[in-house]
Design a protein around this ligand. Structure first.
Ligand SMILES: Cc1cc2nc3c(=O)[nH]c(=O)nc-3n(C[C@H](O)[C@H](O)[C@H](O)COP(=O)(O)O)c2cc1C
Length: 209
């Protein structure tokens, strides 16, 4: 393999810095060829035992999108009820999904009991299948961003309800519901940081042993 040069590394850092979780989308469509191309990155992702447990569902049907939105609305209301004081005030003002506007919406599930990979590596930690899906999503997210397309991860959902509403096998584990489209604005910092919910750390918590 030929090496990557310093310019490439600078660009990669720029991509990481500009990635963002997006909740405010333009409604204009995204070329489906570009989405298809980015979806191909799943097959380049690492997966435990080469199990490739990801199951990707494109949510096109307006009725299913409405059901997913209602699922989010109810889960988000429940979540808000769990906060009080300043946290409740800030939480109430957060926009935590772009499901109203995102032109492309997909749900990703993990088939934890897939026979592909013959169980290698997941015997002691079955959650490795889900982690494999997350690895694939990260690549997809970055690749989309390299096309200036944004992705927003929605996890404030009742997974069993979503599984029923999308009519997928009940044993699939929901990894996330993803809103995809062109961002309304380009941002260099997380929205949750800008709105005073949390701050980023400069370094990961790092212990030396
Ligand atoms: C597993 C996971 C679940 C998330 N779920 C939500 C969500 O339900 N709603 C939301 O607005 N953001 C969600 N996010 C996005 C995070 O809030 C966001 O990544 C974080 O605030 C940092 O912002 P940035 O991604 O723009 O750097 C999720 C992110 C991850 C990795």
């Amino acid at each position: 393999m030929t090496g990557f040069d310093a310019d490439f590394r600078d660009e990669l850092w720029r991509l990481l810095r500009m990635r963002r979780d997006v909740r405010h989308f333009r409604t204009d469509p995204v070329d489906s060829d570009v989405i298809d191309d980015c979806l191909r990155s799943f097959s380049l992702a690492p997966s435990v035992g080469l199990s490739e447990p990801w199951r990707v569902v494109r949510v096109n049907d307006p009725a299913r999108r409405i059901a997913a939105r209602e699922n989010f609305r109810a889960a988000n209301a429940d979540a808000l009820a769990g906060y009080s004081g300043d946290d409740a005030k800030i939480y109430a003002g957060l926009k935590l999904s772009g499901m109203d506007d995102a032109p492309v919406q997909i749900a990703v599930f993990s088939e934890d009991n897939t026979t592909k990979g013959k169980g290698l590596g997941a015997g002691t930690m079955p959650e490795m299948k889900a982690y494999s899906c997350v690895s694939a999503i990260m690549q997809f997210w970055l690749l989309l961003r390299a096309h200036r397309i944004g992705l927003g991860w929605v996890s404030i959902l009742d997974p069993e309800q979503l599984t029923r509403d999308l009519d997928v096998p009940s044993h699939w584990r929901l990894i996330g519901y993803f809103c995809i489209g062109y961002p309304l604005t380009e941002e260099e910092s997380p929205e949750l940081e800008r709105l005073g919910w949390e701050k980023r750390q400069d370094l990961p918590a790092l212990l030396e042993r």
